[in-house]
Ligand binder design. Structure first.
Ligand code: BGC
Length: 744
């Protein structure tokens, strides 16, 4: 024990010393820099600016004159993104090498830092391994697995020469209309904090000089996901008490976990664009949360202070506002206007040199930290970490654990392998509808860029049953008209219909939707399938809950598959035919309809529905509740034992519970601990998730699961915006078991 402690202290000491050295080096370098060089470092452009043919570029070839202009004339410090689609590992390495070569022609030879969005695996490298989106990872309730995936993502980025990942998204998914819902960890604060911190540590913990690590970027600070309309980048109105209770904790935790960078919300809160908010960027993020790293804007967001948000009368004023609020680097990204305007603003004294030096210091520290000054080129050893066979296994494990069985009437599932099935619906022969956004292209819709061995659901089912036992009414691609012909479903001679519906891939604004109900033509398919009298299994491949309330009663089985990456199809088939016992749990509330959107951590007045002369407790009445997820086995909870009837500010409460696999199959179960504060100065939630543990139990096996709570686990934000734990009685809930304790 002592040895471990000594080692930890020594490591902390040395990482501290290293950080200081990076800082000292950065400070020394800044002294040699001209104002132009400094402003250049703060400028980030997109690859199209330096690629031959701009956005239309297909092969990663750079335009020598454009590259020179960017690096020599404008001294840009950072490049991001791809052009039309993902590039090969070798092409990326060539792109980065050429950029770094050009930096050698500058006076100070400051390397460029390249950033990409590796959102669910490395998005923009061909044949990278894609994993479930965060919404599916939240369903796994498996932070260790999320961490393992982050490590693979880091390796595949780094193999491609890239040391900065624009992930993870820490926005909370409390607005199911939001087009970026699939990129979130769902509606719960604790899951978001736990998953986010695990992933950030995994990206960075090897030490950023190591070719197995990348700098992470927590995003999008703050309140992005809470837009009123649910449309991308539209206004959020949010009282600070709500912001601090539900939206800020994930970022606070991520700062503690050591995130190196942060990206800002393109939207506005209470009428103030976040990019112009000195309060949020400097007072809260820097001073209160103690964040020391780099603050980068999102896409074009400084310009937009002028031309979309209309809070800056001129483009220069927009630059002045953002930099003075605390922005360090501008994702301009399509021209050099930011450079010219910032230079002008500094010369006019509108932005103090101290602010510029502060920003540049943070940029240079990051570049030192990721080892770019030691070697700016893609490391030879990093390349070997690309595309290992074990990543495919991890992708399958993760897709398995994401699968969430929502309904299994009369134990219709698993299906026997001796049946004949009809496979129908638009996602049956779509790859993009299984992977979603950020998959080899931004929108993820262009299937020609996916790995050749990607499987469709139809193919994965044929692999199980043999071609003679599977018929289909579908054609290739989500939008294929064949997929929507409801008249074809009456095929006789099948034992069941597997109906694959949901959403095709989308990202950001193209994912805005006017309607959360599943589209009419898909609902019509489901009705036609049910009308055949055959058992219908509904498979949902979607990034957010699309209402299925009208068809749910006539579906025998419903499997939520999310967008679970490369192995989605295989995982679906494994669950449907019993080769995997599902264990995913919904990370959000699956609502019935637009008028029934109540979140699980509802307040008492949402729980108790007022009706004339009476009140009934069914205010939370979703189609499927948060935390729901069936298994092919059964789990029983018993013997909740508390170490004490009370908890004080200095003590801890230990809770033991026995979990038994009382069914006949081995399986995994996530044990979730919720608490409820019975009375408090701010209306308490009916329940809040405080801890979870995922365990694996053989049929018949029992295990004791132990949780520990302290006062911080029970805290909330009070009317004075302080996080407090108030004395009083609490209820604790684990499955169907409850217990009470006092906090004093
Ligand atoms: C998105 C960010 C992303 C950036 C760079 C923006 O449109 O909002 O999440 O990191 O583009 O690709």
């Amino acid at each position: 024990m002592k040895k471990i402690l000594f080692l930890v202290i020594t490591l902390c000491y040395y990482s501290q010393v290293n950080a200081q050295t990076d800082l000292q080096k950065a400070e020394a370098l800044i002294k040699k820099m001209t104002i132009e060089e400094k402003v250049g470092q703060m400028t980030q452009v997109t690859l199209a600016v330096i690629a031959k043919g701009g956005w239309g570029n297909q092969d990663g070839a750079l335009d020598a004159a454009a590259l020179k202009k960017a690096i020599i004339d404008y001294k840009v410090g950072s490049v991001l993104n791809t052009t039309a689609h993902a590039l090969s590992v070798d092409t990326w390495r060539e792109v980065i090498t050429q950029i770094q070569d050009e930096t050698k022609n500058t006076k100070l030879k400051i390397p460029v830092i390249y950033g990409l969005d590796g959102i669910h695996g490395q998005t923009y490298t061909l044949n990278s391994t894609l994993f479930p989106h965060s919404i599916g990872m939240a369903a796994t309730r498996n932070p260790e697995m999320a961490a393992a995936i982050a490590k693979v993502t880091a390796k595949e980025l780094r193999a491609s020469g890239v040391r900065w990942n624009f992930a993870p998204v820490l926005d909370i998914g409390r607005q199911p209309l939001w087009s970026r819902f699939p990129e979130t960890y769902g509606e719960d604060v604790y899951i978001g904090k736990t998953m986010g911190a695990a992933v950030i540590k995994a990206y960075e913990e090897d030490g950023l000089k190591n070719p197995t690590a990348v700098a992470s970027c927590m995003k999008h600070y703050l309140g992005y996901s809470a837009s009123r309309t649910g449309k991308d980048r539209t206004p959020t109105y949010m009282p600070e008490i709500e912001m601090r209770e539900y939206y800020l904790p994930q970022f606070r935790e991520a700062v503690k976990a050591g995130a190196s960078t942060i990206m800002i919300n393109s939207g506005e809160i209470n009428g103030e664009p976040v990019h112009a908010s000195k309060y949020l960027l400097t007072d809260v993020l820097r001073k209160e949360l103690g964040f020391q790293g780099l603050i980068v804007t999102d896409w074009e967001d400084i310009k937009r202070l002028h031309d979309r948000h209309n809070v800056a009368a001129t483009p220069r004023q927009a630059v002045v506002m953002a930099i003075n609020a605390g922005i360090d680097m501008s994702m301009v990204p399509s021209d050099f206007s930011f450079y010219d305007l910032l230079l002008e603003a500094v010369k006019k004294g509108e932005v103090p040199m101290s602010r510029i030096d502060d920003a540049v210091k943070r940029i240079l520290v990051l570049k030192y930290k990721v080892g770019l000054f030691d070697n700016p080129y893609p490391e030879e050893s990093a390349k070997n970490n690309f595309g290992k066979a074990e990543y495919q296994t991890l992708a399958l494990d993760a897709a398995h654990e994401a699968m969430t069985l929502l309904k299994n009437q009369d134990n219709v599932l698993p299906l026997s392998k001796n049946v004949k099935v009809l496979v129908a619906g638009p996602s049956a022969q779509s790859i993009s509808a299984l992977n979603g956004c950020w998959s080899y292209t931004w929108q993820g819709k262009e299937e020609q860029w996916y790995p050749a061995d990607s499987k469709t659901i139809l193919q994965a089912i044929i692999d199980k049953l043999g071609g003679n036992n599977v018929i289909t009414t579908t054609g290739k691609g989500f939008d294929n008209p064949l997929n929507y012909d409801a008249t074809k479903l009456g095929a006789s001679g099948v034992d069941a219909i597997i109906l694959c519906v949901g959403e095709n891939a989308y990202a950001e604004s193209p994912g805005n939707t006017r309607e959360l109900a599943l589209p009419d033509e898909q609902l019509a398919l489901a009705k036609a399938a049910a009308a055949t009298g055959k058992p219908v299994i509904l498979v949902l491949t979607e990034g957010r809950p699309r209402f299925i309330t009208g068809i749910e009663p006539s579906m025998k089985g419903i499997l939520m598959a999310y967008w679970s990456g490369k192995k989605t199809a295989e995982a679906i088939a494994d669950v449907l035919f019993g080769d995997y016992n599902p264990d995913g749990k919904l990370p959000f509330t699956y609502p019935r309809s637009m008028g029934e959107i109540v979140l699980y951590d509802r307040k008492p007045t949402e729980e108790i529905r007022e009706v004339f002369n009476d009140n009934i407790s069914n205010g939370y009445d979703p189609l499927f509740p948060f935390g729901h997820g069936l298994s092919y086995t059964t789990f029983e909870y018993s013997d909740v034992l508390l170490s004490s009837p009370s908890l004080s500010s200095s003590s801890k409460l230990t809770i033991n519970i026995t979990v038994k696999n009382s069914g006949s199959r081995d399986g995994k179960n996530t044990v979730e601990l919720y608490t409820r504060d019975l009375y408090a100065s701010i209306t308490p939630s009916m329940k809040r998730l405080r801890a979870f543990q995922k365990i694996s139990l053989k049929a018949g096996e029992s295990r004791k699961v132990t949780f520990t709570l302290d006062k911080n686990d029970l805290a909330f934000v009070n009317a004075q915006l302080k996080t407090v734990t108030e004395a009083g009685e609490f209820e604790l809930m684990i499955g169907d078991k409850k217990a009470k304790f006092i906090y004093k």
